[in-house]
Design a binder for this molecule. Sequence first.
Ligand SMILES: Cc1cc2nc3c(=O)[nH]c(=O)nc-3n(C[C@H](O)[C@H](O)[C@H](O)COP(=O)(O)O)c2cc1C
Length: 666
Amino acid sequence: MNRKIFEPIEIRGMKLKNRIGFPSFLNHPGTEDGFSNDLTVRWFEERAKGGAGLIMTGAVTAGVPRQARRAGALVSGFLGLFDDKFIPGFAKVAEAVHQHGARLGVQLSGIGGPMSGRGPSLPPYPDDAHATDDLFYVVGGMRIPTTEITIEELEQIQEDIAAAAARAKAAGIDCVELHCAHGGATLHNSFISPYYNRRTDEYGGNWEGRLRLPTQTIKKMREAVGDDYPILVRISSSQLLGGRGVTLEDTTRIIVPALEKAGVDCLDVSQGDMIRSNEGILISLYYPRGCFMNLTAEVKKATKLPVIGVGRIVDLDMAEKFLQEGKADIIFMGRQLTADPETPKKYFEGRPEDIRKCIGCNGGCGRPCTVNYDLQDAPIPLTKAEKAKKVLVIGGGVAGMEVARIAAVRGHKVTLIEKDSELGGMVAALALNPLTAEFQNIVEYLTTQMRKLAVDVRVCKEATITDVEEMKPDVVILATGSLATVPDVAQGKPGVMTHGQASKNWRAIGQKVVVWGLFGAELAISLAQEGKDVILLGRGGEGSLGSDLSIARRWWLFRKLTDVNTPRAVPEAVKLSNPKVLFNVEVEDITPQGIKVNVGGNTERKEVLAYDTIILSRRFGERKSNDSLFDELQGRVTEVHKIGDCAEVRGILEAIHGANEVARKI
Ligand SMILES: Cc1cc2nc3c(=O)[nH]c(=O)nc-3n(C[C@H](O)[C@H](O)[C@H](O)COP(=O)(O)O)c2cc1C
């Protein structure tokens, strides 16, 4: 088949070797002062080596140091281009990327935007009635104090961005991109949007006024870089806020023609608003893969310029399909190339089964990444073992499989014993919930690698001390997971099951379900969507909902389960009436008549909740490590390690990373 993904493409003289790219990701390494260093070079080179044709930097600050530092304080790291002294560092990054036949682009952003405390107009946005839609307010109780930016500052910002573009060119970087997307996260997008911009001067008032900042900036960038240099612009196709924000129609009818006229060469199309509808940007696993590409396709219809599509695309066959359908000319993959920077290379080499797919957890997305241990500043290097050892891994969850994988890659002879009939442990069980089905990606990847690396896997076998003694391993690694503890009040009561048991056996779950523990929010939602009558209750208040999850996932849960205002443009975000959620609850007794609870908070009351099933979904602290073999093995084998929940009950990231820390040293 003729694959479009392999085809080169040219953007104003910049030749890309294929149609896959890495979008802007802010959390690349850099120094405190915004310089690139060796870690920055490595970060970009990894992706270039992995086969992507175009690699973008995260938003690079073009303004003066004082302002840059202020905006930079909101992010983990930032790179600057506000002075010529940054050119040599960027030149090194460009050289490293070029060595692998890829192109490097710099995304430029003006200091400001309501998220960094400088708005086109003063809050509330868009008005008092809807001001509570603010992500930082809902999730963190924080309102960002915002002042109005002046015309003099706007003029300076345009000059700064143009000067930074010229520096990018001087550093040998192949293109620049103006960051004009993500609503309140950027100055340029917040100026376009009537949601944030109520100015009456020449930078507001109507479309012409609101588009003045981006279009003038692009013209100034063009003057600075000349006619032979590509300028990209990143836009949000829709602010995803219905009529109150920028709509898809506004974009295709007004914004795209204006940007084209101003002289851009390519449209990099994202969607959403970082503060108000970040489901369009940090699209979590709750959303289908590639779910916003239909919006991008409409932008593509409205322009002759090349269009880049992005958004939870983790599968290169899907990327190929979007290219074939003409929905975009280039596909960017951010979190996927973070989970596995070699994704394009493995695909091009015809070994897609070796691609470690992103699980959409948003649990770091770079430094660190949940599934990719190597993506941090100082990983333990993966080297061949000095002496091949006999390694026995007990437990085939993700920690056990990852430790087995790394040990096998290093040349050890590995046996893995699992008591269940299938591998994957707790993560595989959680993946049976449709909302977190993407967790299956890591289970599938590791299971495949067990086969490819000839790990001797023995399922349906509970390892005993005798087995271990007979096998005479040099090293034993315990990855036997954790066990749920059952509170006294629930001991021996009918209908009680653990979260893990419920996940593995949905058919055993009755019609009237009480999910005990806010950790079970995702399970409660899925069960309600299956038509069951669900009550989700927890000891914590609203603020503890999703407190162990990433901001994007928490935001989604808040919208689904609490009274937070929800923009109606995003149907998936509308509040559900089932499950019913009770916060600040103490369970007092469980009787055949129901669960007696004391609901605290402002309106303290007692309730009896009818149920046929109680699912114990309490937090990590209420599970305990299943490590009984550890003590028994002391003195019988020379080296014993515990990893994953068996060492300490935590999440997938700690399981995978902990496994690497052990396997890279044995
Ligand atoms: C950690 C992180 C940092 C990001 N930083 C930027 C940024 O600086 N500029 C930008 O335009 N988008 C940024 N994005 C959005 C990504 O470029 C991309 O649009 C988004 O991750 C969706 O693509 P993906 O599903 O392939 O990851 C960031 C996303 C993440 C997760």
